[in-house]
Design a protein around this ligand. Structure first.
Ligand SMILES: Nc1ncnc2c1ncn2[C@@H]1O[C@H](COP(=O)(O)OP(=O)(O)OP(=O)(O)O)[C@@H](O)[C@H]1O
Ligand SMILES: [Mg+2]
Length: 233
């Protein structure tokens, strides 16, 4: 059994009389410790896939497995625990609490977990040892995203899910964030999934899942992924 398994997963949204098939028979697997890039055009269903995998949205049908747990069969309470303990989420616009410092933002997440990593240690890992007492408004976009990554990692999650993590950043800063995610995957052995519409990012991944019209159109394995800093777009 693979670490992650999507089997015939569908997600439909009812918009008045219209049924939107956001995900329409999705099949793929992910192995433990892989850096995965989920790539596809706008509206392809990438965010919906990530949200279902992270327990933030439920599948209409099909089976989602993570590390032997059938996520798609969990009830509300179990799903809350799953989101809290097993998943770290990184968003395009960071979603930090503005009136808390970088350190407090990270502590907020680790306080709700069973086996958190020390907040200071994780902030140092992402290169922010000197900015721990700064508020989000005093940090650059790249630094704020580093805090968001530290916040997700401090939970010591099984899976780190990133939805367009460089979408709000300039070219070089975006590249450094990609590098940080790649290094995190390599040095901690943590499974990391990055959603993007940028096909250049596929070069850094161990596994690439191409999503089109709600399906995994094609999956390919990179035998020799590129270093994130060497990728150009
Ligand atoms: N809550 C919702 N209600 C209705 N339709 C939705 C909802 N969420 C997503 N959709 C629809 O499902 C489809 C897939 O959306 P999704 O957000 O997963 O795409 P995406 O690949 O992440 O796109 P983007 O690159 O623009 O972020 C789209 O047609 C979208 O309009
Ligand atoms: Mg999206």
């Amino acid at each position: 059994m693979s670490f992650v398994e999507f089997t015939n997963v569908c997600k439909t949204y009812q918009m008045g009389d219209v049924e939107v098939r956001a995900v329409d028979g999705m099949n793929f697997t992910i192995e433990r410790g892989e850096l995965v890039v989920i790539v596809g055009p706008s509206g392809a269903g990438k965010t919906t896939v990530l949200n279902m995998l992270g327990g933030m949205d439920s599948a209409t049908s099909g089976t989602i497995m993570l590390d032997g747990t059938e996520v798609s069969a969990l009830g509300e309470l179990a799903l809350t625990k799953y989101r809290r303990h097993d998943i770290g989420f990184v968003f395009q616009f960071y979603n930090l609490v503005q009136n808390l410092t970088a350190l407090e933002n990270v502590e907020l997440a680790s306080q709700i977990c069973d086996n958190p990593l020390p907040a200071e240690e994780v902030l140092a890992q992402v290169g922010l040892e000197h900015r721990m007492d700064n508020f989000p408004a005093q940090l650059s976009g790249g630094e704020q995203q580093r805090v968001a990554i530290a916040r997700a990692l401090a939970k010591n999650p099984k899976l780190l899910l990133c939805d367009e993590p460089t979408g709000a950043l300039d070219y070089l800063t975006g590249k450094q964030i990609l590098k940080l995610l790649q290094d995190t995957c390599r040095s901690t052995g943590r499974t990391v999934a990055i959603v993007t519409h940028n096909t250049a990012f596929t070069q850094i991944a161990d596994r690439v899942i191409h999503v089109r019209e709600g399906r995994a159109d094609r999956v390919h394995i990179n035998a020799a992924p590129a270093d994130a800093l060497s990728v150009e777009w």
